[in-house]
Design a protein around this ligand. Structure first.
Ligand code: MN
Length: 736
């Protein structure tokens, strides 16, 4: 390949100038100098490096800085950090260099963006998780770390085409698992949507192409309908003297895909493929928030003058914005031709916050409500992070839980508003008030009615907590709470209580050892732990105090000198790390259905893969390799968190083997429908059925059929045939 270095140099400069031009706010001389310096350092540091596509590496940091400015709305500091973000990790440049040149603030952000370079902790977590935790820790200092990281990820996703398939899967899964929810939580709506769509493009390319094509095919018809729908609204909004823009646009490919999957209906039958948005231009300068609110409701009133709203689909995030800052009024109305249409109403300011999130908050500082909410959220993250005992994986699960959770609003007895995640209980509420209230909670009064502490709260509940000094947190409590704050405090309290008991056990233990004349040194206690198969000394003492360990057994295994001989100890299992590297060393790609392959695997029951499915192998602890579908509900989590345990796998074509697959059916009950279905399956198509079950409720039937098939083509064929049976409305493949 011939590379024209001169032309490349010109192109690098051109991209740099475009970046400078896109910075909208005024840049002072010092900032200008620093940006130039950062650019030169980055160009020099990356000069020998190229991206997988063959392009000069420096295109990437420039693009990341550009995203920070244009799509997130950040300023010069972010540009400097965006340009430098990969230098410390991938080149000779050190953090000290950065600090000397740009000061401590920039250095700390770059540090937050630099990966920890340690080896995997095979048992508990992966480096990926620790890195994520580190990033969040730095975020509580400066939220720009996360924003730049998201820009970095977005550019990597946009250029993922050039990576190998297994890398693509890992990166796309990670994006789906961590970065898209994070963007959502920070209110970066357009970035979140793009990240999700790109993830889908690489994890389920066929489905992605299918929906893209369908959207294209139906575009003309959709535009016609939207125009017809908007016509009367435009007339009335104009007459009311409201300044606004109105537009209809399709929802994201990912959200359409989720609807197809969740509802098990074809593309054509999804009613909310698009939404109509009215953006009110209220000339933000002097208007107060109250006027904005009034304008939104006025527009709502106009919309519902023309179309009847569905009473249970009104969402008011104008009066109480979401924690991520989202403000909007959503309603679903009955449009022409009996079609439901979602209408979103908001002001220009609200729209900008909805699309650009956190950065836009800075611009509209005077609207303080949502900003406080975000600060609260960051404070909560810090709280979780500061708990030293939470291992990275546990932490991440809780973090994600809080990311996704829809919120409820509840009130204290004096009418103070508290936000809690969906499914929060009275006990969560008690810990939300104060940990001391939490640990002594014995029950609650919800809207003046007495309820147990496990009672699940609803939005609008007014909650009074009942406490008792005698109360002690119980192991069971962990099952009743969903907030990480409550979980952490309960674990802490349980540990404290355990400590008191194990202290008693230690006294018994010491006495007994003296009596048996056993010599305890560092090695000795380890041997005793492994003899009794307990994990820690505290655990051992606790069990002694609880009388579940018999110390007299030691009498038989100590030598004359008071030590335990190795011969008496249980044999140690092969370390998991070793098992993983043995498997990975022995095979590049696992060939499924090949009789010659010596490696043992099982088809995972959570997604029942069959030949033709896109699959991967996963090395489990104690159960060998399990095969999952790439579209399995667990796949995203496995691929992103445990990439080192993933083995590539593919099918051989072997007609003789049959695989179990399930289908779910729905339709209108009709005499003889079960007979018709079984006849088609077993007689017409000659497919072996393992089980069939049907339920009827008020004329609607749902059924489950398990059959043996050769591969996906075989199953798809069967599904198509069953769809033609009279009365059947829906047939989908079941994961389990
Ligand atoms: Mn990067």
């Amino acid at each position: 390949m011939h590379i024209d270095l001169e032309a490349e140099k010109k192109e690098i400069l051109r991209r740099y100038r475009t970046l400078l031009k896109s910075i909208r706010r005024k840049v002072d001389i010092k900032e200008k100098k620093d940006i130039r310096k950062a650019f030169e350092i980055a160009v020099d540091a990356h000069k020998e490096m190229r991206r997988k596509s063959g392009e000069p590496y420096i295109y990437h940091p420039i693009a990341v800085a550009q995203i920070c400015v244009e799509e997130i709305g950040l300023g010069p500091t972010a540009v400097i950090c965006g340009l430098l973000h990969d230098t410390v990790e991938d080149t000779e440049v050190t953090l000290n260099d950065i600090e000397r040149q740009f000061g401590i603030k920039v250095a700390r952000i770059i540090d937050g963006l630099t990966k920890i370079s340690e080896v995997y902790d095979y048992n508990t977590s992966s480096v990926q998780l620790e890195n994520f935790k580190k990033m969040l820790l730095t975020m509580s200092d400066d939220v720009r770390v996360i924003l730049i990281k998201l820009a970095d990820r977005l550019h990597n996703m946009r250029t993922l085409e050039n990576m190998k398939r297994d890398k693509q899967l890992k990166i796309a899964s990670e994006t789906q698992y961590l970065y898209a929810p994070l963007a959502h939580r920070l209110g970066l709506n357009s970035i979140k949507t793009e990240l999700e769509d790109l993830s889908l493009k690489f994890t389920e390319p066929e489905q992605y192409d299918f929906i893209t094509q369908k959207l294209k095919d139906t575009e003309k018809e959709r535009k016609k309908y939207i125009t017809k729908f908007c016509e009367p609204l435009i007339e009335s909004l104009d007459a009311a003297g409201i300044k606004y823009t109105i537009k209809g646009r399709p929802k994201s490919i990912n959200s359409i895909n989720n609807k197809i999957k969740k509802q098990g209906i074809p593309f054509e039958n999804i009613y909310d493929i698009f939404a109509v948005r009215i953006i009110i231009d209220n000339d933000n300068t002097e208007e107060t928030t109250a006027d904005e609110k009034a304008l939104c409701w006025k527009s709502y009133s106009i919309v519902t003058d023309h179309y009847l709203p569905s009473p249970d689909r009104l969402r008011d995030w104008v009066s109480t914005p979401k924690t991520n800052g989202y403000e909007s009024l959503h309603t679903t109305v009955m449009g022409p031709d009996g079609k439901w249409v979602e209408v979103q109403i908001r002001t220009v300011r609200m729209d900008e916050i909805a699309e650009k999130g956190y950065a836009a908050h800075w611009k509209y500082k005077e609207s303080n409500t949502s900003e406080n909410a975000l600060d609260n959220w960051i404070a909560k993250i810090r709280e979780t992070l500061e708990n030293p005992d939470s291992n990275a994986l546990e932490f991440l699960d809780e973090f994600k839980l809080n990311l996704f959770a829809e919120e409820i609003f509840v009130f204290t007895p004096n009418g103070e508003l508290r936000r809690l995640p969906h499914n929060a209980t009275a006990l969560d509420f008690a810990f939300e008030i104060h940990s001391r209230v939490g640990v002594s909670c014995i029950g609650a009064k919800v809207n003046s009615k007495l309820v147990p502490l496990s009672h699940v709260l609803k939005s609008g509940d007014q909650v009074e907590i009942l406490t008792s000094k005698k109360q002690q947190p119980k192991e069971d409590w962990l099952k009743y709470v969903v907030t990480s704050k409550a979980k952490n405090r309960i674990r802490e309290a349980l540990r404290d209580a355990k400590k008191v008991i194990s202290d008693e056990g230690k006294i018994i233990f010491d006495k007994k050892m003296k009596a048996l004349n056993v010599k305890i040194d560092g090695m000795g206690i380890k041997k005793i732990l492994s003899f009794y198969k307990v994990g820690s000394a505290i655990e051992l003492y606790y069990k002694i105090a609880k009388n579940s360990i018999n110390l007299n057994k030691l009498k038989d295994i100590i030598d004359g000198d008071g030590h335990i001989a190795d011969a008496h100890l249980p044999k140690a299992d092969k370390p998991f790390e070793q098992i993983v590297s043995e498997i990975r060393g022995s095979t590049e790609t696992l060939v499924l259905g090949d009789a010659l392959d010596k490696i043992d695997y099982k088809l995972s029951p959570c997604c029942n893969p069959i030949p033709g499915d896109d699959v991967f192998g996963f090395i489990t602890i104690g159960e060998g390799i399990k095969i999952h579908r790439v579209s399995c509900p667990n796949a995203v989590q496995l691929l992103s968190n445990y990439a080192y345990r993933v083995v590539k796998a593919k099918w051989t074509s072997q007609e003789s083997i049959q695989f179990l697959a399930g289908m779910k059916l729905e339709g209108v009950d009709d005499v003889g429908i079960v007979n018709n279905l079984t006849k088609i399956i077993s007689e017409d198509l000659m497919v072996n059925m393992r089980s069939i079950s049907f339920d009827t409720d008020d004329g609607i039937f749902t059924g489950k059929i398990m059959v043996y098939v050769h591969d996906t083509a075989h199953l798809d064929n069967l599904i198509t045939k069953l769809m033609t049976v009279n009365g059947v409305h829906k047939v989908i493949r079941m994961d389990n």
